[in-house]
Unconditional design. Structure first.
Length: 409
């Protein structure tokens, strides 16, 4: 058990801080850490501050039904995908892996370039797709981590492999403007804080830095053990356990989700990804953080039923949402089968794929066509009129000042 300084009330905490300042002595603990302890005292100790905190428990009667439902949906989705051709499977997997990288970073407030992410994944997997662009070093690093997690899902997660993931996330040794310790566990204390300067709210104070190594050794030993537990449940527990430890200066959330993705791929027995858990978490991120916070606080018996229930239901919604992606891929395949003999130029193929993929932002107009295809306005108008004559595009009704076009369904 960790040794804590416990104070009877806020006045005593304030008194200690003022007395230390007056004597100009160094703090035993940082002021912010003392504040966090006061919050923990009011709301209950953090889960890791209890003895045998990793002896997780849950209500089987609540968890078993939703786990069975998720497993059924996984099997149904994989069955649908196996009935498709290799090219469509590859396209679906590329779409979901791209979304996973984009949305896992977006959860942390970082927006990546979609075209760069897609291109980086396609190049590394040898997928032949059009419109590839060069990708930034940090994007390649994030993609490398995700692909190692999902393509090598059956390999043990060692400390060396985990530190390699962290190094890939921060190739320059910096997180934004700040230098951080890369490819090594943190040596300082860690808080999860929200709010502006002077209005900070401490949501969580992680495991003490001096205990991180021992806690991570225990975690990795459990993760790599052959104990009989469903891999989907293992994905949920691993995510929570890793976030509780928060072993790195930055990147903990993204690595936690990569670990979950690795175990979900293992549960599917497939390195092709047909659903994106990070996309669904991003949609529900307020509830995600609320559930994590509730599970981490005032939980003396390490009951994680609340977390498992939320994780499994979120996964269920992720799988159901993936069926929309599958529907779009089938629609696209049918379109190109129908127009296999239709004469089209490269510009028309590019724009039609953007429309079919749902990647086109806003209304289709000749000016946007010219800008994307890097051609003149007259050329764009000729391309569009040709597609209208071939029954592929149609003019929208009530276009206003600008003429808008859409696919003819």
């Amino acid at each position: 058990m960790q040794k804590l300084l416990i104070f009877s009330n806020f006045a005593e905490i304030k008194s200690v801080i003022l007395r230390k300042n007056a004597k100009n002595r160094s703090f035993i603990l940082r002021k912010s850490y003392i504040f966090a302890l006061s919050i923990a005292m009011i709301m209950g100790l953090y889960i890791y501050q209890h003895e045998n905190w990793t002896d997780f428990k849950w209500d089987e009667k609540k968890i078993s039904p939703i786990l069975a439902e998720v497993r059924h949906l996984q099997g149904r989705l994989l069955g649908k995908m196996s009935a498709l051709g290799f090219d469509m499977q590859e396209e679906a997997s590329l779409k979901n892996m791209t979304l996973d990288v984009l949305k896992s970073s977006e959860i942390e407030g970082e927006k990546l370039n979609k075209a760069q992410v897609r291109s980086s994944i396609a190049r590394r997997l040898g997928i032949e797709v059009g419109g590839l662009v060069s990708s930034a070093r940090n994007i390649d690093g994030i993609v490398d981590m995700m692909l190692d997690a999902t393509q090598n899902y059956d390999q043990p997660l060692t400390e060396e492999r985990l530190l390699g993931w962290h190094g890939s996330l921060f190739p320059t040794g910096r997180s934004g403007l700040y230098a951080i310790k890369v490819a090594q566990y943190r040596t300082g204390e860690m808080q999860v804080v929200s709010g502006g300067f002077g209005r900070e709210k401490v949501h969580y104070e992680a495991v003490l830095a001096q205990d991180v190594k021992a806690e991570m050794d225990h975690f990795l030993q459990w993760l790599n053990s052959k104990m009989k537990i469903d891999d989907v449940l293992k994905a949920a527990i691993s995510h929570l356990w890793f976030v509780i430890i928060h072993p790195f200066d930055d990147g903990n959330g993204r690595i936690a989700r990569a670990i979950s993705d690795m175990l979900l791929a293992r549960s599917d027995k497939s390195n092709q990804r047909f659903y994106s858990m990070s996309t669904q978490i991003n949609k529900e991120r307020k509830k995600y953080y609320e559930t994590l916070e509730k599970t981490q606080r005032n939980n003396s018996d390490s009951d994680i039923t609340l977390w498992l229930n939320w994780f499994l239901k979120c996964l269920k919604r992720a799988i159901l949402s993936s069926e929309k992606i599958l529907e779009n891929i089938l629609t696209k395949a049918e379109f190109w089968t129908q127009h296999a003999q239709t004469s089209l130029n490269e510009r028309q193929i590019l724009m039609l794929n953007k429309l079919l993929d749902g990647d086109f932002v806003g209304k289709l107009q000749s000016s946007k066509w010219a800008k994307i295809c890097k051609c003149s306005q007259d050329t764009a108008i000729r391309d569009i009129k040709d597609l209208i004559e071939k029954g592929i595009l149609q003019q929208e009704e009530g276009g206003g000042r600008s003429t808008n076009y859409q696919l003819r369904r």
